[in-house]
Design a protein. Structure first.
Lengths: 319, 459
């Protein structure tokens, strides 16, 4: 019962704290000058705006325009084709297949990348001996470039000489086609990705854990709450904002998957790991059809926006 | 470019505020200063970002692009060094680009922009994606003849692929076939060598199957090694070689559908499945895995491109090589060819063009150096030199160029293309036993037809 006590003062303080900030905005005389200074403010952000426009707004707009043309990497003449590229994209089974692969990868990586990271952070935070070693071990893979990571795992996944199958053989089990079996390959890539990138989420969680006020926990201990009870009712609720952040960043990062798959399997076996971004790359840069590739990437862009909005809504209603 | 918005002489950040009477206000000064800085940034960005090869430090230097890294790259360096000394030496500005699909992205872009290098290397199998779209400029055969290089210097099988509508767009430097390497000791023990110590002809699918078993028995490991898992070319190379041996044609007519002999294709894929059964000959190796297994002495034979010769030779195993064995009706070897091309320049300088022709002719005469890495010189006068005959095991497969089979010509086919990658997907699935041969062939035809339906982006 007493656990509710600490929240009451803060809840009560909020309304009293807000009025002062709104009422004494007695800067009426200066207001005119403020707006006049707006143009110099604009000047200060101009360098940023130039680059923002040049490297974000312009490419986005130009890409949208390209998606409406038959633009080719190898030709100068382009013709406006309306929505023909979009029509083709919606009827292209490879678009749907690769989009499905990307979504599947996102699902099977996001869950472990959030939950495992949390579990690892809790373990390290719980005061395990040799904390620095754990921290280093969990975070170090994140510092490796993608080429190194894929090189290491390509050998681990080697069918004949690799550690994976050697281990299975030692246990008397059948070898697995880690990257060659159509039903296994994406899971192998997901495992590699979890190992590689979990350090970042782990670090976010660990930082959040270390900044939690200890008062609540101590109060709970005094009240006789056990470790699980405290974890469930005190620590986890306080980590909610971090979880929202980690989950959102992770979904976006997983949807962007390209490098490790491109290096490791080139989308194989039989297209089962090809993500949508590799399809865009294949069609646009290897196949020279920039217009069509742009259309496919805008279809994907729309999907990312829909997912982001859905996620925002979901977490907002939770709040 | 930097001259357009005049940057004021005093540096704005350190200037005291000008007196109110000054014509330029402080704010104006800032504005100009920033605009000037921005313009300077903009000007320096694009210029350093894509300096055109022609505008290199030495204006007379011949700019050349190639995708040769590693051992090949060093040999190319040696050849360039050789033509860069003595009388009429060339000054060459070489750019090495990473090999892979991205090489052809860059080459196409540079040619489409009309500011390409003077000379570039192109796989002959990619010609159909380059010549029709105007990405290459034609060769002047009279000029080449003046420097000692004519049609008669190349095998007909290769020469006929250098043209588009009767015009020559490529001069082959080499032929680089997909061949077999074998362990001489194992092959000897298995009784596969002829009286001269070379690999004896096979002649039938059964003979190759038996050879695999005999090799496996002889060395106690695997018989024939073939790495293909997630490789975007290997299964296609094997299929194309065997399919061509059946005497059937595989063509990709523009605007039509793929023409392929389904029965012959089924026969070939079924044979591939029998050969790589996962017992005698492993069916689940990837490219480097197959090389490593062969180097480790745990396989009697490996089906690889001849370009792996330097790697294999370093391993110290008693190495033999032979053209891809004929198992069906006629000899055929899947191959490709590194060729010199003149990527399109919007405004070529005739003198430089002449130099480019002379350079290519001189480089061909250097191709004995090139042969040391395993490539077969396309230039026949080098091939007939006694020094080449002494190169072992290169001379064992020198005939491969005469029965060369390249990809069916189409804009989307060729080395490092989506076509090869797409053909490999069903073939790999068939070799791994995931789908039957007939289904793999059906998928190949479907993939080819999908590509044929796409609008041609280079014409």
């Amino acid at each position: 019962m007493t656990t509710t006590a600490p929240t009451a003062p803060t809840g009560g303080a909020a309304p009293t704290g807000t009025p002062p900030s709104t009422t004494p905005r007695g800067r009426g005389p200066f207001r005119k000058k403020d707006t006049a200074g707006g143009s110099s403010g604009l000047l200060f952000v101009l360098p940023f705006l130039v680059f923002f426009g040049l490297f974000l707004i312009w490419p986005v707009a130009h890409g949208l325009w390209m998606s409406l043309t038959d633009s080719s990497l190898a030709l100068r003449d382009t013709a406006f084709v309306g929505f023909a590229n979009y029509a083709e994209a919606f009827g292209d089974p490879d678009v749907w297949r690769s989009l499905g692969n990307t979504v599947f990868f996102t699902l099977i990586t996001c869950v472990p990348l959030v939950l495992l990271a949390l579990a690892m952070a809790l373990l390290v935070h719980s005061g395990l001996a040799g904390q620095w070693a754990w921290r280093l071990a969990f975070f170090a893979p994140y510092l490796l470039p993608v080429t190194v990571v894929t090189l290491i795992w390509a050998w681990l996944y080697q069918p004949e000489l690799g550690f994976g199958n050697q281990l299975l053989a030692a246990l008397g089990m059948e070898p697995v086609g880690w990257l060659s079996d159509e039903s296994v390959a994406m899971w192998s890539i997901a495992a590699l990705t979890v190992w590689w990138t979990i350090g970042f989420n782990f670090l976010l969680y660990l930082a959040a854990l270390q900044s939690l006020p200890e008062a609540l926990d101590e109060a709970a201990v005094l009240d006789g709450a056990g470790a699980w009870r405290r974890l469930w009712s005190i620590t986890l609720p306080q980590l909610r904002h971090t979880t929202v952040l980690v989950a959102m960043l992770q979904v976006l990062a997983s949807l962007k998957v390209f490098d490790q798959i491109y290096i490791l399997t080139k989308g194989g076996p039989n297209g089962t790991t090809r993500p949508i971004l590799e399809y865009v790359y294949d069609v646009g840069f290897t196949g020279y059809r920039l217009g069509y590739a742009s259309a496919v990437s805008y279809v994907f862009f729309a999907l990312v926006i829909v997912i982001s909005i859905a996620q925002l809504r979901f977490f907002r209603t939770e709040d | 470019m930097s001259s357009s918005p005049p940057a004021p002489r005093p540096r704005p950040a350190f200037t005291p505020p000008p007196p109110p009477t000054a014509s330029v206000s402080r704010r104006g000064l800032l504005r100009y200063g920033m605009a000037g800085a921005g313009a300077a940034l903009l000007a320096s960005g694009p210029l350093t970002g894509c300096a055109s090869p022609a505008a290199s430090a030495e204006p007379s230097a011949l700019s050349v692009w190639d995708p040769f890294q590693g051992g090949d790259g060093m040999l190319m360096d040696d050849m360039i060094k050789a033509v860069s000394t003595g009388r009429d030496a060339f000054t060459v500005d070489r750019t090495i680009l990473e090999w892979g699909p991205s090489y052809y992205t860059k080459l196409a872009m540079s040619a489409a922009g009309g500011r390409a290098s003077d000379v570039a290397v192109l796989h002959l199998s990619r010609l159909a994606g380059y010549a029709p779209g105007g990405l290459l400029d034609p060769f002047d055969l009279d000029l080449l003849a003046e420097f000692g290089c004519t049609e008669a210097d190349f095998t007909p099988a290769v020469w006929k692929r250098t043209q588009h509508q009767g015009t020559v767009y490529a001069i082959p430097l080499d032929v680089h076939p997909f061949i077999v390497f074998y362990d001489r000791d194992a092959a000897d023990k298995a009784g596969l060598l002829d009286s001269s110590g070379e690999l004896a002809p096979m002649g039938s699918p059964e003979a190759l199957l038996d050879a695999g078993k005999a090799l496996a028995k002889a060395n106690g490991g695997a018989g024939i090694l073939f790495g293909h898992v997630n490789d975007p070319a290997q299964t296609w190379r094997l299929f194309a070689a065997l399919y061509a041996q059946t005497g059937s044609a595989f063509t990709l007519p523009e605007g039509g559908t793929a023409r392929i002999d389904i029965d012959a294709a089924n026969r070939v894929v079924t044979f591939m499945q029998q050969l790589f059964d996962g017992k005698t000959n492993p069916n689940n190796l990837d490219y480097y895995g197959s090389v490593a297994t062969f180097i480790g002495g745990r396989g009697g034979m490996a089906m690889l491109g001849e370009w792996e010769l330097p790697t294999l030779r370093k391993s110290g195993i008693p190495l033999g090589a032979a053209p891809f064995p004929q198992v069906f009706d006629r000899p055929a070897v899947y191959t490709d060819s590194h060729s010199f091309v003149l990527p399109h320049q919007a405004d070529p300088d005739p003198a430089r063009r002449r130099e480019a022709h002379r350079y290519i002719a001189r480089m061909l005469s250097q191709s004995l150096t090139w042969a040391s890495a395993g490539h077969i010189p396309a230039y026949q006068p080098v091939l007939s030199r006694p020094e080449y005959g002494k190169l072992r095991p290169q001379s064992s497969y020198a005939d491969a160029g005469e029965v060369a089979v390249l990809d069916p010509p189409n804009w989307f086919a060729g080395a490092a293309s989506n076509f090869q990658n797409r053909m490999c997907q069903p073939l790999q699935a068939a070799l791994l036993g995931n789908i039957p041969a007939e289904k793999a062939v059906r998928q190949m035809v479907r993939e080819a037809n999908t590509l044929l339906q796409q609008p041609n982006p280079v014409a």
